[in-house]
Each structure stands twice: as structure tokens, then as C-alpha cells.
Design a protein around this ligand. Structure first.
Ligand code: HEM
Length: 483
């Protein structure tokens, strides 16, 4: 009886057992992985841009994307696919069919609708919170706006708002679960057996995605072939891909087939997640820095008034190329707060990767920590300071390109979108969305610091992404009258 009384309650014992089991699995996998971290800018350039002599040094370690994990690394999206014909086909489709400038222009109405929705939402929050000084939950509103934009580009702009919200919630749930799931990528069979609960959770999240996405995919399928497809799903339905297992080279003789429903769901999930999450984090970092630096915020406004004029209804996306100071602000925020914390590549037998004078063995994972590389004292003066002027003509960052291979003189000074063949294919559209939202949000509102636990805190929370530890809240004062 005494023993029973002293024993912790059964739930607590279960929790302790689960924690011990988890720690064991995590340690086991860490012990198996061979990680090298590259912090030298010239080495990063040599490896990422020039590749591993012989091979391309273009593979990632197994990822925790749901499709890949649940299929034991057999089904892939762009980010998880091994370097080969499948990756080439689905990446080329995204870059040249969806993100080609002529196609991107077709989504201008969706961008305008997302911006208008965001501005209206922020105005309403200001009005209803007037008693506490117009503090707005900016982070949540930005996420909703960017997610609805990604959903419109993926499925079309007629998806009802409730379903868009359900997809956004499901994505949030998935990302929260992914944080603890890298273990599934490393040791799928073992963890499926002993970490049943997490596995089942992933299965149910994936099922939820299928229930949400497949009816929308079928709507697109049913209305074809009438007219030019404009959505991501349209392009995927047209796509024929070679099976990686049939053709290592991707030659034209390899049999080609349409994507399965499972693959379509995985690719849509990647499009919505990769298209929304890092961009929302980046938008928050930019606006947070503008709250902390009212002089910079004012300078952005002066540039808008000079270039676009005070009376224009909005700053159109075609004006962004003329806003040099705005560009400098975006570059500086991306340098200081790269929203993807680290790039990773995995050495395969064909790669000849030399590190510290020795050839890295196949299986070695090479990490490139982005913030550390971009805050290198030997590359930037006062690297931790937010100073957009450094990117203006004559500044130390003048000419630094986001395509790290271009104009980088054999070293990498920043690469928030990665580098080499696997760099982010969404860079152009991400910069368009960031510029368009920032410039119009600055024009519509005066952004100032809220007090207490609503104050802007630039501390980062680095897990899956590098996000603000305290989501952005700000006191907003509308600057323009509504009609
Ligand atoms: C501010 C926004 C964004 C940031 C900071 C960002 C950053 C990155 C980074 C650092 C990588 C890894 C690159 C490498 O390994 O060299 C990446 C990959 C990727 N990103 Fe983005 N990204 C953003 C927006 C987008 C958007 C809008 C999309 C569109 C759907 C997108 C789709 C992807 C995909 C598919 C990959 C994998 C590429 C591959 O493996 O070939 N990203 N992104």
C-alpha cells in the first residue's frame, strides 16, 4: 500500500515514459547523423554555387514533409525530391508555368484583394480597440491575408473563406507537429513502431489535408479543358513526370505519367506552406524593424510620396521597381532575420566535397546557418545593426544580390533564399508580395510601439522557421480616409 501511495499517478508515469522514449530515439538518431556546419563564406560559395566536383551537391537529407515520411521517402514534393528528373519537372513547372512574370500578372487581382482585406481588418481592429490605443494583432491578420493569397494562386479565387480558414488552421497544426518529426525522416520504420501516437497524428493531419484539398482539385479538374489554366493545380494536372526509379538521367525515353492524387495533395501543401509561412515571418520582421526605427519608416513614406504621389489609391506592384529605399529596407531585414534558419545538403557518393582538406563521406549532412553567415563581422560593418542605407548606392551592400551566385565575388554575404540549383524558386514572388504589402501598409497606417507585453520584441524563436518570439502587435493610426 505504502509503495502504491508513493508511486506517481499513472498519467504522470506514462508521460515520463514517453519523454524517456522520445529522448532515446532522438539521441539515437543524432548519433547516427554526421553533421558538418559551414560558417566560412568562401567555402559556402564554393560548395553551394560550384557544387561538389563530379556530383552537383544538390541533395537534401531526408525531410519530414508528410508525403515523404508517410511514404517512407518514396513520394516527394519539390523540396524533398532527390536531385533528378522528378525534381527537375516539378520545379520547372513552378518556375516557368506559375511564377513566370507573364503568369504572375494574372494573379494581380488576388494580390489586391488580399491587401484590401488586410487593410480593412487592421482598420476594424483599430476602431474596435480605440479604448486601448488602436493596438492590432498584426501577425495573425498578415498570416490570414498571405494564406488566402496562396490559396487563390493554388486553387483559384472562388474558394470560400471558411475553407481557406480551415486549410490555414490545418497547416498550422501540421507545422506544429513537424517540429518534432525530423526523427521520422531519419529512422522511419523504427519510429513508426515505437512512436505510434505521433505517427498516427501525422496520418490524421494528412487525411485532413486530403479532405480539404481534393474537392478543390476536382473542381479545377472538372472545369477543364475550358480556357487557359491559371492556378497551380491547373499546371500540375497538365504535368507529365518521369518516374525517378526508371530513369536516373531523366532521358526523353523514360516513361512519363500524370501525378497521382496523393502527389497533388503533397505539392499543394508545399505550395501553401512554403508560399505563406516564411513570407509571413519576413513581413513581421520588416514591420517590427520599422516600428523600432520610426525614422526609417518615415523615409519609406517620403519615397512613396515622391515616386507615386500622395493621392494614388494604392501603390501598384508595377511601381515597386522604382522604390530603391524600400528595396534596401527589405534586404536589410532579410539579412538580419533570414526566416529559414539553415540550408542543408547531404553528400551522395557522386559528390566530391572537400571540407578542411578531406573528402566528406557519403551521407554527411552539411549545414549552412544563414543568420550567422549574414552577420559576419568581416563582411559587414556593425553587422547586428538595422541600417538599410548600407544597400544604397555607394554603401557596403551596394550590388549584393539575392541570387548569391551573382556578383558575389566568390563568397556569400547573405542568402536568405538559399543558393545554387536548389535555391528558393519562390524568391521573385516572395519579394513581390513583401514589397507590395510593406509599402501599402506603411502608406495606410502609422506603425508605432504598443506598451507592456504588446511591445515589439526583436527576439527570435528558431524552430522550423526563424520567427518573432512574440508575434507582432503594434499601435496603428490610419493615415488615409476610407471612402
Ligand atoms: C520570404 C519568403 C521566402 C523565403 C525567405 C524562402 C526561403 C527559402 C530557402 C532558404 C530555401 C532553401 C534553399 C536552398 O536550399 O538553397 C527555400 C526553398 C524552397 N522554397 Fe522558399 N522562401 C520563401 C518563399 C517561398 C515561396 C513564396 C514559395 C512558393 C511556393 C517557396 C517555395 C520553395 C520551394 C518549393 C523550395 C524548395 C526548392 C528546391 O528544393 O528545389 N518559397 N526557400
Amino acid at each position: 500500500r505504502g509503495l502504491l501511495r508513493r508511486a506517481p499517478p499513472i498519467d504522470e508515469m506514462r508521460a515520463r515514459l514517453a519523454a524517456a522514449k522520445w529522448a532515446l530515439v532522438r539521441d539515437f538518431s543524432t548519433a547516427l547523423r554526421k553533421d558538418v556546419v559551414v560558417t566560412d563564406r568562401a567555402t559556402a560559395h564554393r560548395l553551394l554555387v560550384r557544387g561538389g566536383a563530379g556530383g552537383a551537391f544538390c541533395n537534401r537529407p531526408p525531410t519530414s514533409a508528410a508525403s515523404s515520411v508517410l511514404s517512407r521517402q518514396r513520394h516527394h514534393n519539390i523540396g524533398s525530391a532527390p536531385y533528378g528528373p522528378l525534381w527537375r519537372a516539378i520545379r520547372r513547372n513552378l518556375v516557368s508555368e506559375v511564377f513566370h512574370p507573364s503568369r504572375l500578372r494574372l494573379h494581380a487581382p488576388a494580390r489586391r484583394a488580399a491587401l484590401r482585406g488586410l487593410v480593412a481588418d487592421l482598420r476594424e481592429q483599430c476602431a474596435s480597440s480605440e479604448s486601448n490605443g488602436g493596438v492590432a494583432l498584426a501577425a495573425e491578420s498578415m498570416h490570414a491575408a498571405l494564406f488566402s493569397l496562396s490559396a487563390a494562386m493554388c486553387f483559384g479565387d472562388n474558394v470560400d473563406a471558411a475553407r481557406v480558414r480551415a486549410m490555414a488552421d490545418a497547416m498550422e497544426d501540421l507545422i506544429r507537429s513537424l517540429v518534432g518529426l525530423s526523427i521520422f525522416a531519419a529512422l522511419p520504420a523504427l519510429t513508426e513502431l515505437i512512436y505510434r501516437k505521433k505517427w498516427n497524428k501525422l496520418v490524421s493531419l494528412r487525411r485532413q489535408q486530403e479532405e480539404l484539398y481534393l474537392p478543390l482539385i476536382n473542381v479545377v479538374r472538372d472545369r477543364r479543358p475550358s480556357g487557359e489554366g491559371q492556378t497551380y493545380v491547373d499546371t500540375l494536372l497538365d504535368l507529365l513526370v518521369a518516374d525517378d526509379s526508371c530513369s536516373a538521367s531523366g532521358g526523353s525515353n523514360a516513361p512519363k505519367q500524370r501525378l497521382t492524387d496523393g502527389e497533388l495533395v503533397g505539392l499543394c501543401s508545399e505550395f501553401l506552406g512554403a508560399g505563406t509561412e516564411p513570407a509571413t515571418a519576413a513581413l513581421q520582421w520588416v514591420m517590427a524593424n520599422l516600428v523600432k526605427h520610426p525614422d526609417v519608416q518615415e523615409a519609406v513614406r517620403r519615397e512613396i510620396d515622391a515616386v507615386v504621389g500622395e493621392d494614388a489609391e494604392e501603390v501598384g506592384e508595377e511601381e515597386l521597381g522604382r522604390l530603391e529605399y524600400l528595396h534596401a529596407v527589405l534586404m536589410e531585414a532579410l539579412r538580419l532575420h533570414p526566416t529559414v534558419p539553415s540550408l542543408s545538403r547531404q553528400v551522395i557518393p557522386e559528390d566530391h566535397v572537400v571540407l578542411d582538406g578531406r573528402r566528406a563521406t557519403a551521407g554527411t549532412t552539411v549545414q549552412f546557418p544563414l543568420e550567422r553567415l549574414a552577420r559576419d563581422k568581416t563582411a559587414w560593418a556593425d553587422p547586428d545593426e538595422f541600417r538599410p542605407e548600407r544597400f544604397l548606392a555607394g554603401g557596403e551592400g551596394d550590388g549584393v544580390s539575392l541570387v548569391a551566385a551573382a556578383g558575389s565575388a566568390g563568397e556569400i554575404r547573405m542568402m536568405p533564399f538559399g543558393a545554387g540549383r536548389r535555391m528558393c524558386p519562390g524568391m521573385g514572388v516572395a519579394m513581390l508580395h513583401l514589397g507590395y504589402f510593406v509599402v501599402n501598409l506603411v502608406r495606410e497606417f502609422q506603425w508605432t510601439e504598443a506598451g507592456g507585453n504588446m511591445a515589439v520584441d526583436l527576439e527570435a524563436h528558431v524552430r522550423f522557421l526563424n520567427v518573432m518570439k512574440r508575434p507582432l502587435r503594434a499601435r496603428l493610426v490610419p493615415r488615409r480616409k476610407t471612402e
